[in-house]
Design a protein around this ligand. Structure first.
Ligand code: SF4
Length: 429
């Protein structure tokens, strides 16, 4: 039993969890294998935030049944948001799964693998820091969410907010740098509420400063996802002030209509959101704004949808993650509201948002033409180097040398709504 594979769907938090579980398994002597069916220990890290994500997990679980039955010695684990506090129903539905683990609950699998290998995990599994991280990686800083937006299943699956100690996070960043990491994204469902539950109540601004000053080898620091009600002046000021904090803020608005926002229990109005974006832009010149929104929320009228469309048109976001509403059993919306906007209509609204956003991005990205951008090179794609600007724009360029992890100056020669292309403006620093 020496090969493992983690199959992951869902958000960056799930990907970070998968990396950390992998680190624990490697401390027990397992090695990663790229193919799921070659693994002796296979973990599915699941997501239920939308119906299509849950359908993918169920499809994968179903397809693995014959494999597991003909390989009874392998260990199959289901982790993540599909596993709530109670897993009885899942156990009955998928009896061939050996272990069920809620998000971040790595211990049952670590213990099982340790027992099978005759190793006591208590003595030999240290802090779970990814062993082979990418040049850019994610660091979970706060788990769970206290907001209970009516459409969202996350608080029921990931629990209430629990922040990780500031010193532990700085130490983890040191370890990541020693493993080749150049950029970290500090991660939370609501990253702006970091620290309120810790002694002395440090906030995200304190953490940004501690990582910035304490780990100078990190060339870039990002964070996501923010909540409009918790994005404080101190956080905005930290982004403006700290040279290696990137000018990119992910601030979901979810709906443009005040009635829909109230029905979602988001806790702010259209005007308050617009005012916050204006304040961020005034304080952080050139900042890129990213947002999430839902179309077809229960009761959303055409006029209310047009309020969302107007937000996308007016606020000129650098990225919009738009999704059609899907009912998540157990949420407040599932219990109290009727999913009354039809599938076709949701798709029409989604396409309308995408069309507006494409034209906004065509204009925004055209503004980069002829400029020179600082790009952190994070990989190769189709024979070309790729990296990101400070504002998280994807850039492609050609060069024969090994530039992975290098900060390069790239002159932008071509733009599309989705990426930029260019050539090096100087030799590597
Ligand atoms: S802030 Fe709202 S949408 Fe975000 S994770 Fe918490 S409950 Fe879900």
């Amino acid at each position: 039993m020496n090969r493992y594979h983690v199959w992951t769907v869902g958000c960056q938090m799930n990907k970070a969890d998968s990396e950390r579980l992998g680190a624990g398994l490697e401390q027990l002597g397992l090695v990663w294998t790229p193919k799921a069916k070659d693994a002796d220990v296979l973990i599915l890290n699941s997501c239920v935030v939308r119906q299509n994500a849950e359908d993918r997990v169920v499809g994968m679980l179903t397809s693995l049944k014959p494999w597991k039955e003909s390989n009874p010695g392998v260990t199959l684990a289901l982790m993540g948001c599909m596993v709530g506090p109670k897993s009885d129903e899942l156990r009955a539905r998928f009896p061939y799964v050996d272990v069920f683990m809620a998000p971040q609950q790595f211990e049952p699998l670590i213990r099982l693998v340790g027992d099978k290998a005759g190793i006591d995990p208590d003595g030999c599994v240290g802090p779970l820091v990814p062993g082979h991280p990418n040049v850019t990686t994610h660091v979970p800083i706060i788990h769970g969410c206290d907001k209970f937006c009516t459409f969202c299943i996350i608080p029921y699956r990931r629990g209430r907010e629990v922040s990780r100690p500031l010193d532990e996070l700085v130490e983890e960043c040191h370890k990541l740098v020693a493993r080749g990491v150049r950029e970290v994204t500090l991660l939370g469902q609501n990253v702006d509420s970091y620290g309120h539950d810790l002694p002395g109540a440090p906030d995200l601004a304190d953490l940004l400063e501690a990582v910035h000053d304490g780990v100078p080898e990190l060339v870039r620091i990002r964070f996501l996802t923010s909540h409009p009600n918790d994005m404080s002046e101190r956080i905005i000021d930290a982004v403006a002030r700290l040279p290696r904090a990137m000018e990119c803020i992910n601030l979901p608005f979810q709906a443009g209509s005040d009635e829909v926002l109230s029905s979602m229990r988001r806790g702010y109005t259209n005007a308050q959101y617009r005012e916050l974006v204006a304040r961020v832009r005034a304080s952080v010149p050139g900042v890129a704004m990213v947002t999430d929104l839902i179309v077809g929320f229960p009761g959303e009228t055409e006029t209310q949808f047009e309020d969302s469309l107007a937000m996308v048109q007016d606020l000129r976001f650098d990225k919009v993650h738009a999704a059609a509403y899907s009912t998540r059993p157990g949420t407040i919306a599932a219990r109290k509201l009727t999913d009354d906007v039809g599938h076709e209509e949701k798709q029409r609204r989604l396409h309308a948002i995408e069309a507006v956003q494409e034209s906004v991005l065509t204009e925004i990205n055209a503004g980069y033409l002829g400029s020179t951008q600082e790009v952190l090179v994070d990989g190769r794609s189709r024979g070309r180097w790729q990296g990101r600007t400070r504002t998280d724009k994807l850039v492609f360029f050609d060069d024969e040398r090994d530039l992975l992890g290098r900060l390069m100056q790239v002159r932008i020669t071509k733009t599309t709504p989705w990426s930029l292309q260019g050539h090096l403006d100087e030799a590597p620093a």
